[in-house]
Design a binder for this molecule. Structure first.
Ligand SMILES: [Zn+2]
Length: 61
């Protein structure tokens, strides 16, 4: 079974992430920018984790 990767916000650890489709990121050519729906953080670097890794991270809290 292939592992499923989930993107996570580096600021608040939320997995409620969407691609940043704002005109601003397009004008800068940042087509791979992401936005967090929880805290509003935007950035190019949103780390990806497997479901297993996420479980471990959340258990540590
Ligand atoms: Zn966030």
């Amino acid at each position: 079974m292939p592992k499923k990767f989930v993107r996570m916000c580096p600021e608040c650890n939320s997995t409620d992430i969407k691609p940043d489709m704002s005109a601003d990121s397009y004008s800068k050519g940042l087509l791979n920018q992401w936005q967090c729906n929880t805290c509003g953080h935007t950035g190019l670097f949103f780390p990806e984790y497997t479901q297993e890794d996420l479980k471990k991270i959340k258990e540590k809290k």
